[in-house]
Each structure stands twice: as structure tokens, then as C-alpha cells.
Design a protein around this ligand. Structure first.
Ligand SMILES: *Cc1c(COP(=O)(O)O)cnc(C)c1O
Length: 408
């Protein structure tokens, strides 16, 4: 059994085959390419029991990841994030069995590390010398870090409004960084222009290269493994470009083909912010694709994606699993972020908090039952967004802070 069972790439819209061992972007139709594996070979060669004995990183699933030679893995220890019960918070919203997969503990503080680890490793394996991407901040920070670790160059463009820490993360890792007065689509146009003259750079925008989604799909493998090779009733995910949700669904289909899980599908929920909800609108109107969302704006910056290349795949994953798409307001998600930290001691990111606000609403509406097993993804740490919490406390002089009696 080779290290990876990667066989080819397939167009996500037409199924047409593409070679997996050259640098590829999108299909001839401009749609994302997805990696395909010889799953029969994997099923006969590996068992979940063997996987359980491997180191706790996402590379434990290496047969269904695209890197062919173990020596080409670029790792900062990513993967196997905790799946923690959040019972105090869960009781408040009528879901006492609620679980949270905490991706905030990954290198660079968000789940973007998964896509970057696998994407950078595979790009380097195929001979790419530099990676270029538009980002809402976190992906750029992660790809800059992994590119540095791999000895690759990186060119990152992000909106000037992206979380400030992500700029510092790019700069400290030696990335060539551009700030754009606009949204992620504007940053994308800048990047496309810049790479045209640099033949050894690969453009690695969301779903414009095939392997980021492979890294993100490991969330699905981990959730199943952590639950004893079962899936919960519902998985709630904050969707921007939707790569994580597309990846989780891909993982589920693969695990079923491998015989590692049973036939039941979890209902997948795509959560967006009221200020940028193109996929929710498309879901509600019955459309198979989204329309560009006008004047997109939300504090959950990672999900400010007005038009996603993979929107049709997100909608398909949600509909195929009897799931739903729902948006929440910034006020609701910010309130949830605090309620969560008070109840459980964990400072989650606004995107993760959006999932909690959605879970609350879906429970109130009866879409979720109290006994449903529900996993919410917290996609990043709150520490990356210090500005969203207003700290309104007085500054005291030391004399007035210490009561007179104790100062005696
Ligand atoms: C990028 C990002 C998301 C959205 O991820 P997609 O794969 O684009 O759907 C959610 N949360 C955080 C913290 C992010 O950085």
C-alpha cells in the first residue's frame, strides 16, 4: 500500500478526470477539482484500529490525503483537536449533549492550518516555489506560516479590514503582503494579476487548487473517529467559501465507501451572518447556486464571502443530508461568544459563536430536538479577534483600588 492512495482529480461539476501529479487549478469549466482515491485499496489495507495507534495529527489519515511521499509532509503538529462537551452552555440552549470541536487550538489559531498543511505539502511535492492567495486573514496567516516552514515564498492579499493580527502573522513569516481597500474578491483580482508574471508561483485561492479541501476534510474523519466511528445527528459549520463543509461531506462519503461508518448521514448546517448570507438566500429560494451578496459586512470576518466558487457544492451537501442553511445577526453571535465564555471558560471566535447562535435558533424552532447529538465547529480562537469584545471597566489608581482598612 503506497503512502497515499490518490488516483486522480475529478471536476466537481462534470466528473471529468484530470491528472493529479501535475500542478492543477480549476477544471476546463472553471469548477473546483476534487481528489479521488483508490478507496478499495485503502479498505483492504488499513483498519480504523490501525489508525488509532498512529500519532495524533491529521496525517494519521495519510492514505486518503494527497501527499505521496511521507518525507514531503510539512507539519506544525496540526490535527486531532479536542471534541469537548459543553454541557453548561448546552443546557442554556436546550441541547445538554452539545459538543464543540475546538479548532482554535491548531497552529495559527484557526482550522485554516489544516488546509495549509496539506495544500503547502502537496504544492511543494509538485515543485511549486511560491504560493499566492487572497484571504480574509486567517488563511493567509496559515499559508504564510506553512510556506515558511516548507521553504516556499508566499504572496498574500487581504482586505484592509481583516483582523489585524493576521497581517502581523503574514509579515513575521516573511510573506509578501498586500492590503486591499475592498473585499476578498478584490484581493483575488490583485493576486491573479500578480501571479501572471511569476511562473513558479501557484495561485491557491479557495477551491482554485484541489488540496486545501483535503486538509479540511480531516475534520470529518476526526469527528467520526472521536465518536468511535459514528457520526452525530447534526454538524453545524460557519460557511464562508464553504471548504470545511464540502470537506466534511466528502469525508463522510469516503468513510462510507471505506466501510468505516454506517449509512446514516448527519444533517449538515451551513451558518452565515445576516450581513453576508448568499448561501442561505440560495438555500431558501431553492437555487443551486448563490448570487453575489451586496454590501457584505459582518464581525465574523472569516465568513465574509459574497460569492463562493464552491457554493453549489455547499448547497448540495446541505440538501443531500437533509440539513439547512441559516444566518444570524452580529449582535446574536457576539452575545453567544460571551455566554459561552462565561459558561465554559472558552473564548471562541465570532464564526464559531455564529454556530452557537444558529444552534440556539434551530432548537427554539424545533428543527433540533433536545436529545439530538450535535457537534458545532469552533473554527478559531477568540484571541485572534480581541477588538470584538468591548472591555468596559474603570481604570483605578492603586490607592483607590485598595480599601483603606487593608492598607493599614
Ligand atoms: C475561513 C474561516 C471560516 C470559513 O471557512 P470556509 O472554508 O471558507 O467556509 C470560518 N471560520 C474562520 C475562523 C475562518 O477563518
Amino acid at each position: 500500500m503506497p503512502f497515499s492512495a490518490l488516483s486522480h482529480l475529478a471536476c466537481s461539476a462534470t466528473g471529468k478526470r484530470y491528472d493529479a501529479d501535475t500542478v492543477q487549478g480549476v477544471s476546463d469549466e472553471g469548477k473546483p477539482l476534487l481528489a479521488r482515491y483508490d478507496l478499495d485499496q485503502v479498505a483492504t489495507a488499513v483498519t480504523p484500529r490501525e489508525i488509532a495507534a498512529r500519532p495524533p495529527t491529521l496525517w494519521r489519515y495519510h492514505e486518503v490525503l494527497p501527499v505521496r511521499d511521507e518525507a514531503n509532509i510539512v507539519s506544525l503538529g496540526e490535527g486531532m483537536t479536542p471534541l469537548i462537551p459543553i454541557p453548561s452552555y448546552g443546557r442554556k440552549i436546550g441541547l445538554p449533549g452539545l459538543l464543540m470541536k475546538d479548532e482554535g487550538l491548531l497552529p495559527t489559531g484557526t482550522f485554516k492550518a489544516r488546509g495549509a498543511a496539506v495544500g503547502v505539502s502537496r504544492a511543494a511535492e509538485l515543485g511549486v516555489k511560491g504560493v499566492a492567495m487572497p484571504t480574509n486573514g486567517n488563511a493567509g496567516a496559515a499559508w504564510a506560516a506553512y510556506a515558511a516552514r516548507a521553504g516556499l515564498k508566499s504572496l498574500i492579499a487581504m482586505p484592509v479590514d481583516a483582523p489585524a493580527i493576521t497581517r502581523a502573522e503574514c509579515v513575521v513569516a516573511g510573506a509578501e503582503l498586500y492590503l486591499v481597500d475592498g473585499l476578498i474578491g478584490d484581493a483575488g483580482r490583485l493576486v491573479s494579476g500578480a501571479v501572471r508574471s511569476r511562473s513558479d508561483y501557484q495561485e491557491v485561492s479557495t477551491l482554485r487548487e484541489p488540496y486545501r479541501v483535503e486538509g479540511k476534510k480531516t475534520m470529518g474523519y476526526e469527528i467520526a473517529e472521536q465518536l468511535g466511528w459514528r457520526l452525530p445527528d447534526v454538524i453545524v459549520y460557519p460557511a464562508g467559501g464553504g471548504v470545511g463543509l464540502i470537506g466534511i461531506y466528502k469525508a463522510i462519503v469516503e468513510m462510507q465507501a471505506l466501510g468505516w461508518i454506517g449509512p446514516d448521514l448527519p444533517r449538515l448546517v451551513a451558518v452565515q451572518a445576516d450581513g453576508c448570507a448568499p448561501i442561505v438566500r440560495a438555500f431558501e429560494s431553492g437555487a443551486t447556486e448563490s448570487e453575489p451578496f451586496p454590501d457584505a459586512h459582518t464581525v465574523a470576518f472569516g465568513i465574509t464571502v459574497p460569492k463562493a466558487l464552491g457554493d453549489f457544492l455547499v448547497l448540495d451537501a446541505v440538501r443531500s443530508t437533509d440539513g439547512t442553511a441559516i444566518s444570524v445577526s452580529d449582535e446574536e453571535l457576539l452575545a453567544e461568544q460571551r455566554t459561552m465564555a462565561v459558561a465554559e471558560g472558552t473564548f471562541i471566535c465570532p464564526e464559531g459563536a455564529a454556530c452557537l447562535a444558529a444552534a440556539r435558533q434551530l432548537r427554539e424552532a424545533g428543527w433540533l430536538a433536545g436529545g439530538d447529538s450535535v457537534v458545532v465547529l469552533n473554527t478559531g480562537m477568540g484571541l485572534k479577534y480581541p477588538q470584538v469584545v468591548s472591555v468596559d471597566v474603570p481604570t483605578l489608581s492603586i490607592d483607590s483600588a485598595i480599601p483603606a482598612e487593608s492598607a493599614r
